[in-house]
Write a protein of this length. Sequence first.
Length: 169
Amino acid sequence: MIMIIDELIHLLEMQEEILQFTHFTNEDAWELGNLMVAEIRKHQLNAVVTIRLNNGYTVFRYAGNGTNLQNDRWTDRKFNTVRTLEQSSLLACMLLKKSEKNLADWFLDEAQYAAAGGGFPIRVEEVGVIGAIIVSGLPHMADHDLAIKCISRYLHIDEVPRIRGDIRL
């Protein structure tokens, strides 16, 4: 199966619509973060997981073996993208690709923002985006998919569309 960019954008928008929280506390961050760490360890992945609130407060952080300061810098840039645009960093990436623009065209500094997968908004129903779940260390599509897999499991939502097959951009 080959996905084209419009299909991918639609799928990413559906993920954000489906994966909303009824509430999100520090305890939720701990439980979700530990679920993500278990998945990382199960598959022996080298990844960083960070869960941050919009005020910048980090409520969960894990840095696996094989990760480094560069992964930390990517989490900062992905967080800034989600916080500013209130959408996943992968959706931002795909919207930029479709429009043949870059972050500077959106008045965003590439040193501070990332158009790459791995940042996903914590959207609380009837409240809005309050933070972000960020993964770094894998190829950017895999960063995004790890977050989606774990968030959907945490929320007990089985019918979340996921990226499958080749992507045609």
